[in-house]
Each structure stands twice: as structure tokens, then as C-alpha cells.
Design a protein around this ligand. Structure first.
Ligand code: FES
Length: 639
């Protein structure tokens, strides 16, 4: 139990914060626990950036005195159990705390080697070789003598010329250290380079042979979630994955609210800083976990929707939200980590995926690159279900796209117990139709569930509907199950009775999901209508999204999120945005292909389409007002 609050804060002495894991961290006076942990390399999820409004940075105070400045987002029970917000807890003496798993920003740690193999196979099947965006060249310079007494710079240039690299310019910033570097390891040096326009550019010079290790960072900047892949550029292996919520959430859940904040409240700089800090935190965590120096990171590739890319690059997004919806740019010149505030070698290149329009961005171009629909003869649909649902329809001959606003519910944001698809998330739910007993599947080994992710919500709602716990309008049926009860937010269904807290889906959660799935289904139908096609013409549907490893297609059809087509027409691909960035980081051919895709896609604006609104309203039922479009679901309900 926490001791009573004590506003006294010592002026000079640092305090100790001991974690229940045994680790101890020093805390300066008037510094929050969140800040102190961060300084010690322990990163907590902190979507609101320490403002005390997201409730993600929870810790449990076991003992010690502190000044707790806000308890927002904590329930009475949680406060009783010692829960506190790390960003609003200021130690006033030594403390012992526990950090619940769901508060930690963690890396996946153990990457299935099959995943790297799959990505490399994808690269090779696309006819591309391992040819990363950045490379390293090792040179042995001849030692100077009285007969060969040219300057160090001339010596380096002569050697570059002899190696067919005569166009390589040595930037001035390296000249101040050049004399020391060439002598440090007996005139052997390594140049880190990138291919830029007609030549290479030097991004770093090291003494000796530093050919390996060499890493790349692939980033998917989602409106709600950020994912970072650490990649070995020498063999294409995926080393590790880190993910977190996008801290820009404190400026709004959706892109429009964030644009309003950026333009009308002058917050563009803060939005840029929020996402940069998230990326820096994940890079630090990955480097720390794998004991690698940031000097070994040679390039970064990012993909995000058009607004996220604008925020990351610090571009003015104001015209994106007003008709006729114009971004500052859809293609972006190579920039450098230093000018974007990324804490690696400042000279390494940062490549941002090209976008199609204001509402179909680089993440979708990366998704098309990963699914390869632009190379297939048959008609395919690609759908990326994130905070927006973006859809691309087409084949090797043509591609058209549209975007519909789904909201962040499938990524866990704005839902009572929603969370990302990481350890502790309920990702699968089954309800026995006779006993109404609930069986759950949780991500991670022997882990207590702490929330529910997108695939778990789809499962739960489909199962609740099939068992009569939920009606077609998304209303919970109190008399059907003891698990339906009245909570703080009205009727709720207990998905899991927990030791510390029950995990529930509330009626407002269900309404959120129904609105999102209606928008996505309406996007599918409208785009097909525009092309004069129907669902029967579609050969394959590729689905992307942050659902984790698993998405039950049948349940998504029962919910009315996906059209009722034979199951083998669907392929769930996971996060295709980050797969596309990964391919691009490993191959310059893939980068050229991404630029071709962006040029080829035609954008259709759904907000001016009357049929989209009609389709949307029809989709506000489970599975759909037109039940005849879902014959198998109709038969299931009948049973
Ligand atoms: Fe602490 Fe958001 S509540 S970081």
C-alpha cells in the first residue's frame, strides 16, 4: 500500500527508485518517475508525453513517499492498490515500485528467423537482390613516403579514383578529423556511403575495417501506433521489432484534429517532436537491447500516411484538411537524420516513402509494394485497416485507391480495455453457444491478459452476436448472460474476470467498432462501384493492419467488416507498411518500384460520393442491413 502523500521534496539529494526486479534508478529532486526511468534507459509507454492524460504510464507504488500531482485515468480500485501515473509521481524519498508489463515499452526480443527468410524470399521473388540503400567501403591507403608525399585528402581521393569511385566527394565536415582517422589503424579506413542521384555520398568515416556490423531502421509511422524494425544490412536479417503508441495522440486521435492543432494552435513543432522522440526512444531501446552503437546504423526508411509524413518531416499540413485537399508534397527528397532530430549519426540518409494524395500515403504505397498487387494480372484488393481504412483496387494494368475514416479502435485506442497486439493482449475469443463460457487466447507465454487487441475485439463481437449476447444493432442483451453487467460507461460484457481487473467490452466500444467496420465495408463497395465491378470480380483480398499474428477472417465476415467471399480469397499480411519499408531498406530496386507505384495509383475522393454515405448507413448493423449479401452468416443466425 502506498504511504500517505507528502508534498515535501528535498532540494539537493538524489533519491533511489528501486524496481521490484531489483534494478535501482537515481531520481533528481523535482523529477518525475517517468523522466528518471527514461534517463536510466527504461522506457514506459507515454502517449500523452507526460501530461497525465493518457493513463498509459502506470506504475504500482510498493513503498516510499512521493508527491502525486494527478490521478486522472485511475479508478478508485487502482488507486487503492497503489497504482500511480509515473509522469505525475515525484519521489520525495527512496521508493520501491513495480512496473506492470503493459506500461513498458518493450522490444519483441526473440524474432522468428522464418520471418527474415520470408521477407528475403519476397525480395528475391520480386527479382531484387540485397542492395541496401547504404553501404560501406573499406580502403587500404598506401602509407606516405618522401617519394609519395601528397596530402591525406589527395591520397584518399586517389584511392577512390583507383577503385572506380572518382565521383565520391569528401564533405568538409570530415576533414577536421581526417589526419587522425587515416593514421589510427595503419591507413586502413571504412567509408559509410549512400547512393544519391548520380554518385555516392559519404556519411561517415571510421578508422580500420568497420564493414560489419551495419544496420538499417525501417519505421512505420501510424496515426495510433509506431513500429520500428532493426535490420542487418549485410544479410537482410530482421534483428528485432519495437512498437509503441504514437505520442501525437495527445494532440488528437485522428489526423484532422492533429492538423487543426498544428495549424490553429501552432503545435506543428510539438507534433514533430513527439513522433521524433518516439522513434528515438525505440532506436535507443533496440540499440541497448542488442548492445549496438548508433554509429552502426547507416540508413532509415519511413512510411506513414500523408499527414504523418508531413509531421515527421516538419512540413505544413494545413491544406490537407480543406477542399480540394492538397499536401505540401507527395514525394520527398532524401533528408538526413541530423536535420530531422533523429539521434543517430546525423549524416545518414532518411528516405520517406512517396504518397499518392492527401489521404492515401506512403504506408499504402509500401503495402502495395509488399503485397505485389501492382504486378498481378488478376484483380486484387488491398486494404490497410488502421486509424483510417485505405483501399487499393487493381492489377498490373491499373490501380485506384480510396480512404475512409475508421478511427483508432482496431488498434486499441479509445476503447475501455483496448491495447496494441503485444504481450498480454487477448487476441482470440470463443464463446460456447450452449454454456456461454468464454475461452480466450492471449499473446505471450503464461501471461495474464491485460487488455484486448483488434483481432480479439472482432472475435468477441462476432461470437457475442452469434450467441445472442449482442443484437444486430450492437446492443447487449442483459438477460442472455451473467457476464453482461452495468459498468461506469453503461452496459458492458466481461470478456475475462481478472485477479486485479476484469477485461470488458462496453456498449460504446461495440458502437465504435460497428462505425469503423461500416466505413471500411462502404469503402470497398464504393470503390468497386466506381470501377464498374463487384466483389465477384475480385481474385484476392490482401488485408493489412496491426492485428498481430492472427485475424480470424470468418469472424471479420460475420461482423460485416469483410465481404462474404470464399475464405481462400483472403490473405492476412500483418503490418505491410513496415514490410514495405523493410524491402526498401534492403534494395534500391524496391525504392524505384515504390516511386512507380505512387505515380500509378489514381485516387478517388469518397467524401463527395453519395453512394459512400448510403453504403455506410447500411453497414451500421451486424453484419449488414442487406443480410442477403452474407448468405452463410444468414444461415448461421438461422441456426
Ligand atoms: Fe503519464 Fe500519459 S499519463 S504519460
Amino acid at each position: 500500500m502506498p504511504l500517505p502523500l507528502c508534498p515535501f521534496v528535498p532540494l539537493f539529494d538524489n533519491m533511489n527508485i528501486t524496481l521490484t526486479s531489483g534494478k535501482s534508478v537515481s531520481c533528481a529532486p523535482n523529477t518525475s518517475i517517468l523522466e528518471s526511468l527514461k534517463k536510466a534507459g527504461i522506457f514506459l509507454t507515454s502517449s500523452c508525453g507526460g501530461k497525465g492524460t493518457c493513463g498509459k504510464c502506470r506504475i504500482i507504488i510498493k513503498s516510499g513517499r512521493s508527491d502525486i500531482r494527478s490521478k486522472m485515468k485511475l479508478s478508485k480500485e487502482e488507486i487503492k492498490e497503489g497504482y500511480s501515473l509515473a509522469c505525475k509521481t515525484y519521489p520525495s524519498g527512496d521508493m520501491l515500485i513495480d512496473i506492470p508489463k503493459e506500461s513498458m515499452l518493450t522490444v519483441e526480443g526473440q524474432i522468428d528467423t522464418g520471418k527474415s527468410r520470408d521477407f528475403l524470399a519476397l525480395l528475391h521473388s520480386a527479382g531484387a537482390d540485397l542492395d541496401p540503400l547504404a553501404g560501406r567501403i573499406v580502403l587500404q591507403l598506401p602509407r606516405p613516403s618522401l617519394d609519395d608525399n601528397i596530402s591525406d585528402l589527395e591520397r584518399l581521393k586517389r584511392e577512390l579514383f583507383a577503385n572506380g569511385l572518382g565521383c565520391l566527394r569528401v564533405p568538409f565536415r570530415f576533414m577536421t578529423h581526417l589526419a587522425a582517422i587515416v593514421r589510427e589503424k595503419n591507413w586502413e579506413i571504412t567509408l559509410a556511403t549512400i547512393h544519391s542521384e548520380d554518385c555516392y555520398e559519404i556519411t561517415n568515416i571510421f578508422p580500420g575495417n568497420k564493414k560489419i556490423p551495419q544496420y538499417g531502421i525501417a519505421v512505420d509511422i501510424g496515426t495510433t501506433t509506431l513500429v520500428v524494425y532493426l535490420t542487418d544490412l549485410t544479410n537482410g536479417a530482421l534483428i528485432d521489432i519495437a512498437s509503441t503508441y504514437n505520442s501525437q495522440i495527445r494532440f488528437g486521435d485522428d489526423v484532422i484534429t492533429r492538423i487543426v492543432n498544428a495549424t490553429e494552435h501552432n503545435e506543428l513543432g510539438n507534433l514533430k517532436r513527439a513522433v521524433t522522440e518516439d522513434i528515438n526512444n525505440m532506436i535507443s531501446l533496440l540499440c541497448q537491447t542488442h548492445n549496438i552503437s548508433t554509429d552502426t546504423i547507416d540508413c532509415i526508411v519511413v512510411a506513414g500516411n500523408t499527414t504523418m509524413t508531413h509531421f515527421f518531416l516538419g512540413l505544413d499540413p494545413s491544406a490537407i484538411r480543406e477542399e480540394p485537399y492538397i499536401p505540401t508534397a507527395n514525394t520527398f527528397p532524401l533528408s538526413h537524420a541530423g536535420e530531422l532530430g533523429i539521434k543517430t549519426n546525423p549524416n545518414i540518409p532518411v528516405y520517406a516513402f512517396p504518397c499518392v494524395s492527401s489521404y492515401v500515403g506512403g504506408d499504402i504505397v509500401a503495402g502495395v509494394l509488399a503485397t505485389r498487387i501492382h504486378k498481378k494480372n488478376e484483380l486484387s484488393i488491398f486494404i490497410d485497416i488502421g486509424t483510417n481504412g485505405e483501399i487499393v483496387l487493381g492489377s498490373s494494368e491499373w490501380l485506384m485507391s480510396a480512404a475512409c475514416s475508421a478511427g483508432p479502435c482496431f488498434e486499441g485506442s479509445g476503447m475501455k480495455h483496448g491495447m496494441r497486439a503485444t504481450d498480454g493482449a487477448i487476441e482470440g475469443v470463443k464463446i460456447n453457444c450452449d454454456t456461454l463460457e468464454v475461452e480466450i487466447k492471449v499473446i505471450g507465454k503464461n501471461i495474464q491478459p491485460v487488455g484486448i487487441c483488434g483481432s480479439g475485439m472482432i472475435d468477441a463481437i462476432a461470437e457475442m452476436f452469434l450467441t445472442g449476447i449482442l443484437n444486430q444493432k450492437g446492443k447487449l442483451q442483459k438477460d442472455r448472460s451473467d457476464r453482461v453487467r452495468t459498468g461506469e460507461n453503461g452496459p458492458e460484457f466481461v470478456v475475462h474476470y481478472g485477479r486485479d481487473k476484469d477485461i470488458v467490452l462496453t456498449e460504446p466500444d461495440v458502437e465504435n467498432i460497428i462505425r469503423a467496420k461500416a466505413a471500411i465495408y462502404a469503402g470497398f463497395s464504393t470503390l468497386l462501384n466506381e470501377a464498374g465491378l463487384t466483389f465477384d470480380d475480385v481474385h484476392k483480398v490482401y488485408i493489412a493492419g496491426g492485428f498481430g499474428k492472427f485475424l480470424d477472417i470468418e469472424k471479420a465476415i460475420i461482423l460485416g467488416l469483410l465481404p462474404e467471399l470464399p475464405k481462400d480469397k483472403f490473405e492476412y499480411m500483418g503490418n505491410t507498411s513496415v514490410i514495405g519499408t523493410y524491402l526498401c531498406i534492403l534494395s534500391r530496386k524496391m525504392r524505384a518500384e515504390a516511386e512507380d507505384i505512387a505515380r500509378k495509383i489514381t485516387y478517388i475522393e469518397l467524401s463527395v460520393s453519395k453512394s459512400f454515405m448510403d453504403e455506410y448507413v447500411s453497414g451500421l448493423f451486424i453484419p449488414h442491413t442487406n443480410i442477403d449479401a452474407f448468405p452463410n452468416v444468414k444461415a448461421l443466425i438461422g441456426r
